[in-house]
Design a protein around this ligand. Structure first.
Ligand code: SF4
Length: 284
């Protein structure tokens, strides 16, 4: 009966992730506690296993450095989006990327747009929001989240102790779908390389996924009701889904749950949610 060396298999998996350029490895709370508390193997005389042991220690350290307590405690089974391969887009600088988006005709949405909505905000943002697609007002102005949903998102950003100019806001597709329908697969598959390049250029510390479409497109998970507040990884960046601002306007009872999601993101970024509550009390 064939036997499997689990250590070697685990190392093989970690090397695979590293080769894919992934910067984070998620650990369950149980495994993180083990790595933090169990004694490291002491130096031992050279043996036939010495090279493998040293490699194991190196990889082990890399895993600990890359996994934050917040990430590890939040999810033991993250799902990851594989990189979208588009070497041409993957080489673009910001200027070329934006002009390419603005003249893009790669999917049918180009024929019904007024203008593209590439995204807006701080190109060095530590916090990035990703929504679904431009709506009517966004299509008219060429800016993301500028309608009523945008006002709700502004409140969320403010509650997180950020200004809109400090974060970056983008969408899964850059052109408005007719009648605000959900973007179709042939549209998202053409447009996602642009978003991936934006994430690569910005290198945010964390991404907030707004609603079902970015959740399913970027993580494969389907139910925002189940997935909100959990931790995922999107192109190597930690990501937390929450409800779309439009949905929160229709279902204000869900705002409390959304706030709990955002509080996790704030703590990850070193912000104190209690400070927001204190500011609200002071201003009221
Ligand atoms: S939605 Fe994206 S892929 Fe489609 S035309 Fe607009 S920019 Fe191009």
């Amino acid at each position: 009966m064939p036997t499997v060396d689990l250590t070697e298999e685990l190392l093989r998996l970690l090397r695979h992730h590293k080769a894919k350029g992934r910067q984070y490895v998620f650990l369950s709370p149980e495994n993180l506690t083990y790595l933090q508390q169990s004694p490291r193997p002491s130096q031992t005389p050279a043996s036939s296993d010495d090279t493998a042991r040293k490699q194991a220690q190196t990889d082990d350290q890399a895993v600990q450095q890359q996994a934050s307590p917040q990430q590890s405690a939040a999810s033991s089974t993250p799902r990851k989006k594989e990189r979208v391969s588009d070497s041409r887009v993957g080489q673009m600088d910001w200027e070329t990327l934006i002009s390419t988006i603005q003249s893009c005709t790669a999917c049918p949405l180009h024929s019904v747009r007024t203008q593209t909505v590439p995204g807006a905000g701080n190109m060095n943002a530590e916090l990035m929001f990703i929504g679904e697609a431009p709506g009517e007002e966004e299509d008219r102005q060429g800016l993301p989240f500028v309608g009523k949903a945008g006002q709700q998102l502004d409140k969320m950003i403010k509650a997180m102790q950020f200004e809109r100019e400090e974060v970056f806001i983008g969408n899964i597709v850059k052109c408005r779908p007719p009648a605000n329908r959900v973007p179709q697969n042939n549209e998202t598959s053409q447009c996602l390389p642009y978003l991936e390049r934006q994430i690569e250029l910005i290198q945010p510390r964390i991404i907030v996924l707004l609603g079902s479409t970015p959740l399913s497109q970027l993580t494969g998970a389907r139910s925002i009701n189940r997935a909100h507040g959990q931790w995922y990884e999107v192109y190597g960046i930690p990501a937390v889904p929450t409800f779309h601002p439009s949905f929160l306007l229709r279902s204000p009872a869900k705002k409390k749950e959304a706030w709990e999601d955002l509080k996790q993101v704030m703590r990850y970024l070193g912000k104190d949610p209690e400070e927001t509550m204190r500011r609200r009390q002071t201003s009221s």
